[in-house]
Design a protein around this ligand. Structure first.
Ligand code: SAH
Length: 465
């Protein structure tokens, strides 16, 4: 047997000139040196750059940007002064039209490479008019700066767990700029300790906020490493005294998380003041949102996305629709306006409870909700004789279980609407469905997360013949 070992054509610590032609998964530029792929953070397609090779793997390398020899025409100055430290946004140095093109290409590439699908219509990404301040949910880690010994509330420095203090975040609602300094002041004034990940000691771990864009209602969740928060009345008084005309504080919650884990929220919530939910509306439907329930983070684009889902579902009024991974029933209630019956399935109890309340609050009585994993509940419902004309799925990043896709195919559902936040798992699942007699017809990318590499899509899949 002859083993041919191919020599890797680039060397660590050497300098090279590279033309960047694409964008990788984490927003880093992609180029080639002697036909060998190299990823270079903070570069964009169209840049000519000088790089230092810092890591060489079997089939690709990582480079550090040393100098931009010729910038791409699509380069812009990032809005945020800490863009490169934070890592929350990856594309702030790319103009918005190009961001939208990159996202469409990301979808096409995943469909072709992972799904081996190249005959589906991928539309242009639908972008936003105002690309800042679009998020309704924020999670700020709290810690003590090792050098200054002061409390920091902000974000994790890229690829680390060091917390950097933050004055503002341009993609978050600006109420955070008001609330966060007040919470910090309260901690400083009353010597409330910040959690230390290394020792597991200290009380306050995260501050988590949610705002209903259409109602102006705000929820503040203090994630604590313990059941007791000292001086909590003072915290409530400080937060209640914040004066602003365009929002109202409706809910202050303590979330208890005593586990040594990266997961932000623990399972127990205590209302410190006000209600245990806030409300928001999308289109004509009003929603109650609890701290633990999933709710899309960009309400403006959510309406765009749900309208596409509704259009793809093509309902005439006689259909039974299954809405799987339904969260608080957001899409279910949208669909119920046009369908005969909607069945929502969701794994988180609090979300299902919200979904049921939301149906009542909106006087919608042609929906029912089931708790459990979609891949377990749907086979059971099918066995009991239930059938869907249209299935909508909106899974988390890991996509659908194959068992669920099998049941959908067995049910001979005519139409599937697949809402996805991860083109890779979408492509994998579309391949499975295509192998079972379905055809992906069109994919609409929607920009729910401007300035980041993330892209949401809505796909229409139909049963052949
Ligand atoms: N369609 C909703 C929620 C989408 S997010 C909306 O647009 O708001 C995905 C949801 O899937 C989350 O609420 C999550 O709790 C739920 N989930 C995760 N795994 C699941 C599973 N195996 N079965 C059912 N729901 C699941």
């Amino acid at each position: 047997m002859i083993i041919i070992t191919q020599e890797i054509p680039i060397k660590k610590n050497e300098y090279y000139e590279v033309e960047i032609h694409g964008i990788g998964h984490e927003g880093e530029g992609v180029g080639r040196i002697n036909n060998f792929t190299i990823f270079v953070p903070y570069t964009i397609p169209g840049d000519s750059v000088k790089v230092k090779v810092i890591k060489v793997k079997k089939s690709f390398a990582y480079g550090k940007l040393i100098e931009i020899i010729k910038p791409s025409d699509n380069r812009v100055t990032p809005i945020c002064s800490i863009f490169e430290k934070c890592g929350g946004c990856q594309l702030q140095h790319v103009n918005y039209i190009e961001q939208l093109r990159i996202k469409k290409q990301k979808v096409i590439d995943a469909l072709e490479r992972i799904g081996k699908i190249n005959d589906v219509l991928v539309h242009d990404t639908i972008g936003m008019k105002h690309t800042c301040r679009y998020r309704n949910k924020a999670q700020f880690p709290v810690g003590v700066d090792e050098l200054s010994n002061r409390i920091n509330i902000g974000f994790y420095a890229q690829r680390s767990h060091r917390i950097i203090d933050m004055k503002t975040c341009h993609i978050q609602h600006n109420i955070n700029d008001v609330f966060i300094p007040h919470i910090k002041k309260w901690m400083e004034r009353y010597n409330i300790t910040a959690y230390n990940e290394k020792t597991g000691k200290g009380l306050i771990r995260h501050v988590f906020t949610r705002i209903g864009f259409s109602t102006g209602e705000v929820m503040v969740v203090i994630v604590a490493n313990g059941k007791k928060i000292p001086n909590k009345q003072e915290l409530i008084d400080i937060l209640k005294s914040i004066d602003a005309t365009d929002f109202t504080l409706e809910s202050i919650i303590q979330n208890i998380n005593t586990k040594r884990t990266n997961v932000i929220l623990g399972s127990e919530n205590k209302v410190l003041w006000g209600r245990d939910y806030i409300t928001d509306s999308i289109g004509k439907i009003e929603y109650k949102i609890s701290p633990m329930s999933f709710y899309q983070v960009n309400p403006v684009q959510t309406e765009v996305l749900y309208n596409i889902a509704l259009e793809y579902a093509g309902l005439e009024g006689n259909e039974t629709v299954f809405d799987l991974y339904c969260g608080i029933g957001t899409i279910s209630l949208f669909l119920a306006q046009k369908a005969k019956r909607v069945v929502g399935v969701e794994i988180i109890l609090q979300a299902i409870e919200d979904a049921k309340k939301n149906a009542i609050m909106n006087n919608i009585d042609n929906v029912e909700f089931h708790i459990g994993a979609a891949e377990e509940v749907i086979p059971q419902l099918y066995k009991q004789g239930n059938h869907a004309d249209v299935v909508v799925v909106d899974p988390p990043r890991k996509g659908c279980e194959e068992k669920l896709l099998n049941t959908i195919a067995q049910m001979q559902v005519d139409k599937i609407v697949y809402v996805s936040c991860n083109p890779s798992t979408l492509a994998r699942d579309l391949r499975i469905l295509e192998d079972k007699g379905y055809k992906a017809m069109e994919v609409q990318p929607v920009d729910m997360f401007p300035h980041t590499v993330h892209v949401e899509t809505c796909s229409l899949i139909i049963k052949k013949d």
